[in-house]
Structure formats: C-alpha cells, structure tokens
Write a protein that binds this ligand. Structure first.
Ligand code: IPM
Ligand code: MN
Length: 369
C-alpha cells in the first residue's frame, strides 16, 4: 500500500527545510510513499495570482498527510496590507484543521535559554479556526479606524478543549510532578469571549476527573512558561495567545527553529515548522538542526558555535523544525493522528514510526515517569 504525502516547499528557507524533511522520510520508511508537490505561498501567488489553487487544495484534501514549509514573503502583500503568501486561512480554515498542536520539548543536546538542564516537555494546543484570527481578511473599518473581532463558539471551544484533554490522557503528565494537567490560558478577567472560553473549558474538564484542570491568565502564563516551564503538560488556548506563547516556548527550548507544529482536523493534517520563511537566510544553509545558543536570535536559524554537540547528523542543509516535525510526531505515540480515510492511524509521523529505520538514535526521554 502506498501513502500519498503532499508537500509544499514554501518560501524563503522553506524549500531547504522541506528537502531535508523529505530526506528523512526517504530514510525512515520502507514502504511506498507517493510524493506530490503542491505550489503554495508567496511564490505561488506571484506566479499564479493565488497562494494556493483550488486544484492544489484538493490534492492536499486527498493526501494522507502534508508537509508544509513556511510561506510568505514580507514584500508580497495583498491590497489590504496583509501578506499574500500565507496559507492559514486556506488550509486551517479551509480544511477545518482546528487543532494546532505545538510540542515544546527541550531535545537532547540542546541548551535552553533558561537555567534548566532538561525536562521542558509540554504541548500547546492552539485553537486554529476561530479566536482573533477568525477575522483574518475580514477586519472592518476605514482610514481612521479598524476593528477585528475575536470569535469563540461553543462548538469550537468544546472540540479544542476535548482535544487537549484527550492528548493529556495519553501523555505522562507534567515533568515537574507527573500530574496529568491541562492548563487553560485565557484573559477571562477582561474579555467576555475569554470568560466564555474558560467556562466551556471547565464544563469539558468535568468529563475528565483524572486530569487536573487549571486556568491561568495569558500574561501570567507568559511569565510561568519562563519561570516554571516544568509545571506544564498540555496548554489549551485561543489562536493569537497560542501563536505568541508558542514562540515564547520555542525561545526556551533552543528556538522556534526546533519547534514543529501539526495542524490537525478530523480527517486531514499538515505538519510545518512554527516559524516563518526567514528570507534573509534563504539558501544559506543556516537552518542546520544542530546546537542552538540562547544568545542567538532565531528565525529558522541555529547557531553552529557548538556544532560538535549536534544531536542529529547533517542531512541536506537545513530543516530543523521541519525535520523534527516529521520525526517528532513519529517518535511519540502521543501523536497518532487519523489522517485520510484509511483505517488505523496514518500520518507522516506514524508512517515514519512504522518504518523504524531511524538514521540516528532515538532521543532519550527527559523524565522517568
Ligand atoms: C504561525 C504563524 C502564522 C499564524 C502566520 C504566518 C499567519 O505565525 O503559524 O504561528 O499566525 O498562525
Ligand atoms: Mn506564529
């Protein structure tokens, strides 16, 4: 049986990353994978007038899984000033991929900017189809004022919270104390939409008495992710909060270049790095997934200063997050996604896991439990 994996090279540093991820796929599986390239992003917009054609979207819809490089270029804009190459609206909303799942894990050999030796291992479950970004392309106003609306629906909230609890049920709990915990990050003290989000969270939490449920305001969460990251297991939050906090989390585990993201729906999923296209370093081979140094800025780039400690062999020129994305989802049985209409769990990650032909050692787990 052959699996259909669509891939989008994307913009800037994207093609290097995707090339690297495809090398992993090639090395890791011992069964047929049919690769189908789909044009997408700012380059596609310039060429064909749309960041993703209807035909391309259909290929992704039919695929077992999709690997996506970062897309968008700062100078390629729509008349309203927003970037023309982004695919969030098309893919996340278009395919109803409601769970943006972002593991924040300190990998072996990577030095954290924080004073921790290891152990950071939580997942941000970012609501992906509503929240403030539901206003994508729909803001209203004029030359004097603009407004975007933050939307929270009961159905949208219930399903993302449930996703978070189901994920926590499969994990081993927070590194700090082994307690299975879902943390709702909101701003319920100020916004009615956020109070609603929290209320629905608490309702759903009651269905999971064995999992600790807690709520924390987003500003306090930003501090806690720096001061006590080992406390966290699964975090569930609105889209913009999750967008911001996942980059913050990335900054604590070696940089966003090491952070994969899965966009998961009920029958499709795509996997991508959480960072942007970093056009300033495109083609420079600077995305090598080796050791990062907390002094470095990170936008898909990692430091080579301590390259002797690199946890991964060099393959291709780049691809930390994309490669980790392809592999991390396979390493961890917490990430078994139903993708496509095959029976059983099928995704790029699971395909890799089934392949068992890892070209390097599996990383050790940071915690014992
Ligand atoms: C991300 C990115 C996107 C988002 C942008 C590029 C639209 O920042 O995936 O985190 O905000 O969702
Ligand atoms: Mn982001």
């Amino acid at each position: 049986m052959s699996y259909r994996v669509a891939f989008i090279r994307g913009d800037g540093i994207g093609p290097e990353l995707v090339e690297s991820a495809l090398a992993v796929l090639d090395a890791a599986v011992d069964f047929p994978v049919e690769l189908i390239e789909v044009q997408g992003g700012a380059g596609a917009y310039l060429e064909q007038g749309t960041a993703m054609s209807a035909a391309g979207l259909e290929v992704i819809r039919q695929a077992d899984a999709t690997l996506k490089g970062p897309v968008g270029l700062p100078d390629v804009r729509l008349p309203d000033g927003t970037e023309a190459g982004l695919l969030g609206g098309v893919l996340r909303n278009g395919l109803d991929l409601y769970a943006n799942v972002r593991p924040i894990t300190l990998l072996p050999g990577v030095r954290s900017a924080l004073r921790v030796e290891g152990g950071i291992d939580y997942v941000i479950v970012r609501e992906n189809t509503e929240g403030l970004y539901a206003s994508r392309g729909k803001g209203v106003g004029n030359s004097q004022a603009m407004a975007d609306t933050l939307l929270v629906t009961r159905a949208g909230c219930e399903r993302i919270v449930r996703y978070a609890f189901e994920l926590a049920a499969k994990r081993q709990g927070a590194p700090e104390d082994g307690v299975r915990r879902v943390t709702c990050v909101d701003k319920a003290n100020v916004l009615r939409s956020m109070y609603f989000f929290r209320s629905v969270f608490l309702e759903v939490a009651a269905e999971y008495p064995d999992i600790e449920a807690e709520c924390i305001y987003v500003d306090a969460a930003a501090q806690a992710l720096v001061m006590s990251p080992l406390h966290f297991d699964v975090i569930v939050t609105e889209s913009m909060f999750g967008d911001i906090l996942s980059d913050l989390g990335g900054g604590t585990v070696g940089g966003v270049a090491l952070c994969p993201g899965g966009n998961i729906g009920t029958s499709q999923a795509y996997f991508e790095p959480i960072h942007g296209s970093a056009p300033s370093i495109a083609g420079a081979g600077q995305g090598e997934p080796t050791q990062s140094d907390p002094r470095d800025r990170d936008d898909g780039r990692l430091s080579r200063r301590t390259a002797d400690r690199r946890p991964y062999p060099r393959r291709g020129t780049a691809g930390a997050s994309q490669r980790v994305s392809a592999v991390e989802f396979g390493w961890d049985s917490n990430f078994r996604y139903q993708v496509g209409d095959h029976s059983g769990d099928r995704s790029v990650g699971v395909i890799i896991e089934e392949g068992k032909q890892f070209p390097w050692d599996r990383p050790r787990k940071h915690r014992a439990c």
